[in-house]
Design a protein around this ligand. Sequence first.
Ligand SMILES: *[C@@H]1O[C@H](CO)[C@@H](O)[C@H](O)[C@H]1NC(C)=O
Length: 344
Amino acid sequence: MERWFSRITMFWMLFLGEVQSQDWTKCSTGCTCDGNKMSVTCNGLKNVPNDIQKDAKELRLGFNSLSKLSPTAFHSLTSLTLLSLDGNKLQTLPAEVFDQLKNLETLWVTDNKLQALPVGVFDHLVSLDKLVLNDNQLKYLPPKIFDSLTKLTWLNLSRNKLQSLPHGVFDKLTELKTLYLSTNQLRSVPDKAFDKLSKLETIILADNDWDCESCDILYLSRWIRENPQKVKASGGRVEDPDGVTCQGTMESVNKITKENTFQAGCPTTTQQMATSPASTTTTETMTVREKQTKPRMKIFQEELFSKASIFFCQVIFTQHVSLVVIHILAEIPLLHIVCVVRKP
Ligand SMILES: *[C@@H]1O[C@H](CO)[C@@H](O)[C@H](O)[C@H]1NC(C)=O
């Protein structure tokens, strides 16, 4: 009897709890709720409230002080079609945070501090139409990061710190109409990067570090020559194929050609890249490519380090330092190995 009683109370408590979370006349603290639009907007929050109506369609969490999201922050909100996280302080996203949002069509994460995206973070957003990631600090993208977004029509990656793009990163975005890549640090795009974007109408490429001294620029320069009407200025309206300019010289990227620019010729490895995508030589050619495009600053730093360590080892081994010091230094295994290897 007693057991039955407690079961019934529990049932009612759960039932009431469920009803309460769908009650659009009540709203989480710090939020305003619109029952007609099924929309919730929150301000001044440090955490995502856990009592948001489960049938909410829109959740606007822009311009709060969110610095971290719980991996399950949105797991009960399976009806969401719009989620805005603009203007917060997010540095990273938990890999599974969007996993239940199969109906999400619009995701805004503009103006945060994202430095990297976890592998698979968008893998369940199969209905996504718009993904807005501009004004973050992304340096690179994981390979295949957009592979599930086959309905995406709008992607904004402007004003990040992208230095390169993974091979084939846009290959599954066959519905994409608008792609913002402006104001990054791209030196080139991978071969065939835009070849699968058959619906593309607008691409914004200006203000990058396009490296026109490298043969790697040839894919982009040819693509711009072949698609001038799609290349727009920053506003996204005015056609401006000539506005995509080389780092340093301000020459238009579309003026770069193999015949006129690289009279000395391009390495055959790069040509191989262009003609045989999945051959066994790919890894080998990749290394050559990477070497070729290595930033000069990095080479300089490496040389400096190598010279400094040779000098250091010379000093030690030519007994300019007292035996005691050598013995102390020899206790540091790494240093010992470095100096033995570099023994002059
Ligand atoms: C995309 O990013 C650019 C650069 O920050 C911005 O000017 C533009 O408004 C953004 N547009 C959308 C809606 O994606």
